[in-house]
Design a protein. Structure first.
Length: 277
């Protein structure tokens, strides 16, 4: 009996937490009739700017120098192997989200990618699926699942350490902590290998896109506005399937035609969200 309670108690806590977050999302993500189409919905700008200042100082004092030192110390091939391993571990979560979105093709392609990389790619250390010209990782997350379900984007928020987000994306980040089946299977000490690989991937990304991130944070006249604009463009481009479908403007309270998808020029095909790690 005690063993069963140890199993189900964490699951119950997670379920209550997810329900609470979804309730919070529905309360704060209502469209604002005063907001014009396409304009950033940022009612918390004052507190967001304080958080941005904290994140910027943290990056300058810790994240940037640590990532540069890490990248200089670790060989590029080793960084790539660790990043491959970390990315492969996210695939089961993407499969779950694709299923929740009703995207059977995406779930199937991610499943085959996971099987191939886990077996032929030696546990995901090598991206064999890409070498075999298989479909790219859909990178589905619960934030996009909420978008597919019709949940509005909600206000822009900047999260401590994690950086730019929206209320919908923030809830998605938390729920994604519980949607990956591997999180319920991997035990100690293997779970720490996964966490270490994820941290390594984050440092690699910070170093790899250092010029872009530094130009936004340290060379912009208003780094907060620049980071907000870049994040929203990239995020909307992502949930709109890379522009292959029209993006439904979350601020279109009149029920008009969908806003045009973000043009490819707005977000470079080679750009990777520095906060999406």
């Amino acid at each position: 009996m005690n063993q069963l309670s140890l199993v189900f108690k964490p699951l119950a806590v997670r379920a209550v937490l997810c329900a609470g977050l979804l309730g919070l999302l529905s309360a704060c993500a209502q469209p604002d009739p005063a907001v014009t189409r396409g304009a950033p919905h940022d009612p918390y700008e004052q507190s967001n700017r304080r958080t941005h200042a904290f994140n910027k100082s943290l990056d300058k004092a810790l994240l940037r120098p640590v990532s540069e030192g890490y990248s200089a110390f670790v060989a590029d091939d080793v960084e790539t192997v660790i990043s491959n391993f970390s990315t492969n571990l996210t695939l089961p979560g993407s499969i779950v989200n694709n299923m929740l979105q009703g995207n059977g093709r995406g779930a199937t392609s991610d499943f085959y990618r996971f099987v191939v990389n886990t077996t032929l790619g030696l546990g995901g250390l090598f991206d064999t699926a890409t070498d075999l010209n298989m479909s790219a990782h859909t990178d589905a997350d619960f934030g996009k699942t909420l978008y597919v379900w019709g949940v509005n984007e909600g206000p822009y928020v900047e999260l401590p350490v994690l950086g730019p987000s929206t209320s919908r994306a923030a809830v998605g980040r938390v729920v994604d902590l519980f949607t990956n089946p591997l999180d319920f299977v991997i035990e100690d000490p293997e779970v720490y290998y996964a966490l270490g690989a994820r941290a390594s991937r984050g440092l690699t990304g910070r170093a790899r896109y250092s010029d872009t991130i530094d130009s936004v944070l340290y060379d912009s006249a208003d780094s907060y506005a620049a980071a907000r604009s870049l994040y929203l463009q990239n995020r909307r481009f992502k949930v709109g399937n890379g522009g292959s479908e029209a993006y439904l403007d979350p601020y279109d309270t009149d029920g008009g035609a969908p806003a045009a998808a973000a043009p490819p020029a707005a977000v470079s095909a080679d750009y990777e969200d520095p906060y999406d790690q």
